[in-house]
Write a protein that binds this ligand. Sequence first.
Ligand code: CA
Length: 228
Amino acid sequence: MPDTIVLVEDEPRMARFLDALLSGHEFAVVHARTGGQGVVDVAQHNPVLVLLDLGLPDVDGLEVITRLRSWTDVPIVVLSARGAEQDKVRALDLGADDYLTKPFGAEELLARVRVALRHRARRQHEPESVIEVGDLRIDLPAHRVWRGEAPVVLTPTEFRLLVMLARNAGRVLTPSQILQEVWGQAFVRHTHYVRVHVSQLRRKIEPDPSRPTYILTETGVGYRFREP
Ligand code: CA
């Protein structure tokens, strides 16, 4: 049985492109043209992933995310228009896993799908004790970090931030998601904490902090940690 992806998209050309692409990569695609139908299809088909257009004819895509998140943690990747950074941030804060900006290429879409599915699989297993990305090695039980052979000295907050980013490697995270997890719910408005600590962390882990290769900035949306 192939894994099912529910595609919620009202534009026929985009839907045909996605359907052909995903079917060609051994997914079964269930196509919904409205948000309401999309929610029904997710309930009926138990998909491994939802691809969700934000501009739908019946309900807003953001409303679809809220409805889905009330009962399922299926990965949701949002399809959004260029320049709609606020919508992307809202979608992520409501529980979407990632987004793609239209127009996007086949490779970009498949990469996002792979990242979302990998994180879904990881949620179902024991968390790992060592994370290795590029030159970086993060030992979680020991609370220690190395860059190559050299130990990196981090404050407890920097360590928590690095672990959170690295555990979500490949996924975009908004400042509020980072604040909620690293500092706690009471701090979700203190977005400057994230900026300051990301820049401190970059100075400690990036070979060239002005051209980061680990903690990448997604302009107007948040940060994405490099994939292993
Ligand atoms: Ca649309």
